[in-house]
Design a protein around this ligand. Structure first.
Ligand SMILES: [Zn+2]
Length: 311
């Protein structure tokens, strides 16, 4: 077991330096691999990635809202609740992300609000933003902005809270979780520097945001701009376009930031207005390829290309 853990720790370090996390053959064979100690529930992809990086093969990471259009509007079924009650830890994004939490009964001692310690860095949403008629019906953004992880320094705080909870639950593996956290924090610091460099040339040039989920991202990188409430797969109505036109007249934005590539009809209507599409994916659900970090690096690449930053 001791050798197995060393092999795993080596793999974690290897992953941190960007090399392929290849385990030695003996570990791959299975006998030396650390055995599962328990299960952790998470509520979005950033936390699934964090828990996976910290807990590695020791902990089974379960993400029930993975198939949801947006985990922020997901509602657990009775089966989900029963299964969550059995988990060792339930890692929450906090910042009002888990709206369903108030309606269910879960063991408080196992709930981990990963933004609780960062409460003074959370952003309140003063006004309720325009409704949207997406595939899941209307929803609004009120209370606290929740897309905390788009500020990598906040996600690093969340990872610290997750690592502390893992170490409290399984103190015998504390060292391993600490090593995982160090590697992950290094990756997030590098990502933060990459995003900083990619967004720096934007300066005071205003952007327009398609959805009110970029508050922490804007604050971290000093990006100027206002948000409408469009969905990438629903053609906005005349009122929504009028609202955008008012913002464009006001600020003169050349780029509109989207959660994903909008439909062609939207892209064409933006192009007529001289506005380009810039995808900065929040990655709240599992990406089709790569992992959360790869998606964030893809965002940095898109920003670099848009603002003409040097590599
Ligand atoms: Zn929305």
């Amino acid at each position: 077991m001791r050798l197995g853990l060393r092999a795993f720790a080596a793999a974690v370090v290897a992953a941190a330096c960007g090399c392929a996390p290849e385990l030695p053959e003996t570990a791959v064979a299975g006998r030396d691999e650390p055995s599962r100690v328990g299960a952790v529930e998470v509520t979005n992809e950033p936390l699934a990635w964090v828990a996976g990086r910290l807990g590695g093969p020791l902990v089974e990471v379960r993400f029930r809202a993975a198939e949801a259009t947006d985990p922020a509007t997901w509602k657990p079924t009775t089966e989900d609740i029963l299964a969550m009650q059995e988990a060792d830890l339930i890692m929450l994004n906090g910042a009002s992300y888990e709206g369903w939490l108030k309606d269910v009964s879960l063991p408080i001692s196992r709930l981990v609000d990963t933004t609780a310690a960062a409460r003074d860095r959370l952003i309140s949403v003063a006004e309720t933003v325009t409704h949207s008629h997406g595939p899941e019906g209307e929803h609004e953004h009120a209370g606290t902005a929740f897309t905390t992880w788009l500020d990598p320094t906040l996600l690093a705080e969340q990872a610290r809270a997750a690592a502390a909870a893992l170490a409290a639950r399984w103190p015998e593996h504390e060292e391993l979780f600490a090593e995982g956290l160090a590697a992950l924090a290094a990756d997030l610091a590098a990502l933060d520097a990459e995003l900083e460099a990619a967004t720096a040339p934007a300066g005071d040039r205003p952007l327009v945001f398609s959805h009110p989920v970029y508050q922490y991202f804007q604050r971290r990188y000093g990006l100027v701009g206002e948000s409408v409430h469009f969905e990438p797969d629903v053609m906005p109505d005349a009122d929504q376009w009028a609202e955008l036109d008012r913002l464009l007249e006001h600020g003169g934005a050349r780029w509109m930031v989207w959660e994903e590539e909008p439909i062609g009809e939207i892209r064409a209507a933006l192009s007529e207005r001289g506005v380009g599409v810039l995808v900065v994916a929040p990655c709240a659900t599992p990406p089709p390829g790569g992992d959360f970090l790869a998606v964030m690096r893809g965002n940095a690449e898109a920003l670099r290309a848009a603002f003409g930053a040097a590599r």
